[in-house]
Design a protein around this ligand. Structure first.
Ligand SMILES: *[C@@H]1O[C@H](CO)[C@@H](O)[C@H](O)[C@H]1NC(C)=O
Ligand SMILES: *[C@@H]1O[C@H](CO)[C@@H](O)[C@H](O)[C@H]1NC(C)=O
Ligand SMILES: *[C@@H]1O[C@H](CO)[C@@H](O)[C@H](O)[C@H]1NC(C)=O
Length: 526
């Protein structure tokens, strides 16, 4: 089958399509959902895809029917421990964070981040410290390693197998990895740090805040990465930093685009492929379509807080339900918790909704979202204005982008009441500017030379054909910090200027003295 697909793509495409062997480093959560779409496309084009599958996982479902080759490995952490960690993180974000002081929050955050590091390293151990697996990987003759740099060690694997490396992700906290390791320029005066909730138009105080944010995130990253540095140094047997290994990646596929990002400088090996998972809406299930049609001219509101949030307090769900009951639209709410008592007749609860198909439905008027990147991209793709109820992680910052673009309003999950939610919904649905801005974002999203999925696939194939993309690597990787900022050059130039000024000054002084002397003797004689 694969050979036939390969032959077909050879004849259909103008350029020679070489079919390669692609190795996928394990990844989790929404990261895996995005990656899977790219993998399926690569398979359709005749490539062979091998996924490293851990025995412990949460969302990384790889079915036997998936057609990927699979290489299994064992982890020191169990699936239960992973779920417990996720629960802890969710519980912290949804029930604890509003009750703690800043010091407690930072300490808890550090504790969670350390656990996350340990989780990352247990993938490393499971793969790199299994000699049998490494042997099989070496014999696998791979052409590229594809991974999400949120999970460490894929760069070690790529180096050991001597194959190029492609990263695909959304961002690292404060863009620390992109800036410090990949060398992407980020002037703090107009590039807000990721998760800072700032925009590119900053006041003086905001620029101070942004600078402090960058500096603190860099320090935080350096402290956390020390664990990785030690692991890398020990494994490779030479002093190695995590950052320098990240910097060796050939291509970075970033899962956003200029519909979402603020304009900023980037590098030739950074490709922006946000929205690659979006597709035109498909037919809804029959009963759902009937419910949607019953909304008449008022249309519908789609509501989902993502796949991770399973439950909320009874009073919260009642508060939300009573706001939804007061709007003329029909509401489709994805929620698996207990049914709220105040649920109106216009609201239906579902365990699961075909979110993309609903957002693409002509009757959809608004989307209530937690602000995950995938959901936001579906809303951008279909041009639907949003009401954000961000909870944790990148969600508040994502929603800040959408507010700045004029396509959303945002609620505070902890303090909002029925009236706030009602006002928010009415604002995005009655003020035409939200619909216009959303439609504009959608046009900008679609109007590009290559579709994001095709672009991602192109660059992965490019790296396979050309054995890497080192010609896109900036020389900044080989400079010291003072060379990068031209401090040595400035020092040199300032020294020269000082010397010249000094000599000029001395010469002038001398000339003036002589003149003065001469005129004084002259006047004396007279
Ligand atoms: C994983 O562990 C199981 C039993 O604990 C063992 O049978 C299996 O061979 C291990 N797999 C690998 C890839 O080491
Ligand atoms: C930037 O923000 C200032 C005030 O915060 C505003 O006056 C100005 O119009 C904004 N500029 C742009 C281009 O939006
Ligand atoms: C949701 O949480 C409540 C307590 O906060 C609990 O009683 C209920 O069983 C939970 N429901 C689900 C579906 O997890």
């Amino acid at each position: 089958m694969r050979l036939v697909a390969c032959m077909l793509s050879f004849f259909i495409l103008s350029g020679p399509a070489e079919c390669g062997n692609i190795l996928i480093w394990p990844t989790e959560g929404s990261h895996w959902i995005n990656l899977k779409i790219v993998l399926e496309t690569l398979m359709d084009r005749g490539h062979s895809v091998t996924v490293l599958v851990p025995d412990s996982k949460m969302f990384m479902s790889v079915e036997e029917s998936d057609l990927f080759s699979q290489m299994h490995f064992n982890m020191s952490i169990s699936s239960e421990e992973m779920h417990a960690f996720l629960e802890e993180m969710l519980h912290f974000s949804m029930y604890e964070v509003d009750k703690l002081n800043l010091l407690q929050i930072v300490s808890k955050f550090y504790q969670l981040a350390s656990k996350n590091l340990a989780l990352g390293l247990s993938y490393c151990d499971g793969i790199l410290k299994s000699p049998g697996l490494i042997d099989r990987l070496r014999r696998g003759k791979f052409d590229v390693v594809l991974s999400d740099p949120i999970f460490p060690c894929s760069d070690i694997m790529a180096e050991q197998l001597n194959v190029p490396l492609v990263f695909t992700f959304r961002f690292s906290i404060g863009h620390a990895a992109e800036r410090m390791c990949a060398q992407i320029p980020a002037p703090p005066s107009y590039v807000p740090g990721a998760m800072s909730k700032l925009t590119d138009n900053m006041t003086f105080t905001e620029r101070i805040a942004n600078m402090i944010f960058y500096l603190s995130q860099d320090a935080f990253a350096k402290i956390l990465w020390r664990t990785f540095d030690n692991y890398y140094t020990e494994y490779l047997g030479r002093p190695t930093s995590f950052c320098e290994m990240l910097g060796k990646a050939d291509i970075w596929l970033i899962r956003t685009y200029w519909d979402f990002e603020y304009p900023r400088p980037f590098l030739p090996n950074f490709k922006y492929v946000g929205g690659l998972h979006c597709t035109p809406a498909k037919q809804l299930p029959k009963d759902m379509e009937e419910f949607v049609q019953s909304s008449g001219d008022d249309g519908i509101v789609v509501f989902s807080l993502g796949s991770m949030v399973k439950n909320m307090t009874k009073e919260k769900s009642n508060m939300i339900a009573s706001a939804l009951a007061q709007i003329p639209q029909k509401v489709l709410w994805r929620y698996v918790g207990e049914k709220p008592d105040t649920l109106g007749p216009n609201t239906r609860i579902y365990d699961w909704i075909p979110q993309n198909d609903l957002l693409g439905h002509p009757k959809t008027r608004a989307f209530i979202t937690h602000g995950g990147t995938n959901g936001i991209y579906e809303a951008i793709y279909h041009g639907v204005p949003m009401v954000g109820i961000p909870l944790f992680g990148d969600q508040p910052d994502n929603m800040a982008h959408m507010i700045a673009k004029g396509a959303a309003v945002v609620m505070d999950y902890y303090t909002m009441n029925t009236q706030d939610l009602l006002d928010g919904l009415n604002t995005v649905m009655t003020d035409p500017s939200y619909k216009e801005k959303s439609a504009h974002l959608s046009r900008v999203h679609h109007d590009r030379p290559v579709k994001p999925l095709d672009e991602a696939v192109f660059w992965i194939e490019f790296v396979m054909r050309n054995k890497g993309a080192k010609h896109l690597q900036v020389e900044a990787h080989n400079l010291t910090w003072y060379q990068y900022h031209c401090l040595d050059v400035f020092t040199f130039l300032i020294t020269i200027m000082t010397v010249i000024t000094y000599i000029l000054f001395k010469t002038c002084k001398c000339i003036i003295m002589r003149c003065c002397l001469r005129s004084m003797t002259k006047s004396k004689k007279e």
